[in-house]
Ligand binder design. Structure first.
Ligand code: NDP
Length: 255
């Protein structure tokens, strides 16, 4: 799968799934623009892209800030002159309960990061992607496809379910213009996502162990496995796929 001469923008490129995708795109010859806030992690991924033969444009930005979203698109266009593929990957999970006093604050912050930022980025990127007849990939979750409580909760599930329907609506609207839009819905993937809410490492390990037991294949995915699916859906091989919601979950949803 060659992405030579393609310009790819990956949000959340500093860690986990986004980092794996950015490196894989670089390995396939793409010109990569990667977004995150953690300077050290961005530098680390940038070095790996360079090693793979492609010097990425690194944009330190917060996708929940409108000014930053405008800068992400304008800097990418200024630097590369075009945009072919947008991967809306930046996101996180904050456990939520509808009985918690701060339920609405948690909901607002997850909607801002997991859904609104993807909508605004798509809004500003779409004219360029229409011009290049490119495609958009939204990183959703199995939490969009079934409800979860406890460590996940209603707010994360709702933000990702909204993202899936956004995928379908925009796929329908942009199909006549030759643009494809798809969602990828991972089950548990070993990334830093859990570190963001478990300060205790043994609790984090316990969580991964119990998630593993819940999958029929008895395994957790590695970020590179999701990266492979991102590259496939972004490539010409997937030219007939749009408006799709792809679970990649070691069979998690069957249980
Ligand atoms: P990580 O925590 O490893 O990575 C999250 C990425 O999002 C980081 O690069 C982080 O960058 C970026 N990010 C978070 N908030 C912001 C922000 N406000 N502005 C800019 N960038 C931001 O987690 P994953 O790789 O696991 O998560 C990637 C996506 O995959 C998310 O959308 C998540 O919901 C989804 N997912 C993950 C699953 C899993 O089990 N890991 C399962 C299902 C879905 P930085 O820290 O530099 O700001």
């Amino acid at each position: 799968m060659s992405f030579k001469s393609k310009v790819v923008l990956v949000t959340g490129g500093s860690s986990g799934i986004g980092a794996a995708a950015a490196i894989k795109f670089a390995e396939e010859g793409a010109k990569v623009s990667m977004v995150g806030r953690n300077e050290k992690k961005l530098q680390n991924v940038s070095d790996k892209c360079k090693k793979a033969g492609s010097i990425p444009l690194v944009i330190n930005a917060d996708v929940t800030k409108d000014e930053d979203v405008k800068r992400i698109i304008s800097d990418t266009i200024k630097h590369y002159g075009r945009l072919d593929i947008l991967v809306n990957n930046a996101g996180t999970c904050i456990p939520s309960s509808i009985l918690a006093p701060n339920a609405v604050q948690t909901f607002d912050s997850l909607m801002a990061l997991n859904l609104r930022s993807a909508i605004y980025l798509t809004n500003l990127a779409a004219p360029y992607i229409v011009e290049s007849k490119g495609n958009i990939i939204n990183i959703s979750s199995v939490a969009a496809l079934r409800p979860f409580e406890d460590e996940v909760g209603f707010a994360y599930c709702t933000s990702k379910a909204g993202l899936d329907h956004f995928t379908r609506c925009v796929a329908l609207e942009l199909a006549p213009k030759g643009v494809r839009v798809n969602s990828i819905n991972p089950g548990p993937v070993r990334t830093d996502i859990a570190k963001r809410y478990f300060t205790d490492e043994s609790k984090e390990q316990e969580m991964w162990e119990s998630a593993k037991k819940m999958t029929p294949l008895n395994r957790i995915s590695e970020p590179e496995e999701i990266g492979d699916l991102i590259l496939y859906l972004a490539s010409e091989k997937a030219r007939s796929i749009t408006g799709a919601v792809y679970a990649i979950d070691n069979g998690y949803l069957m249980k």
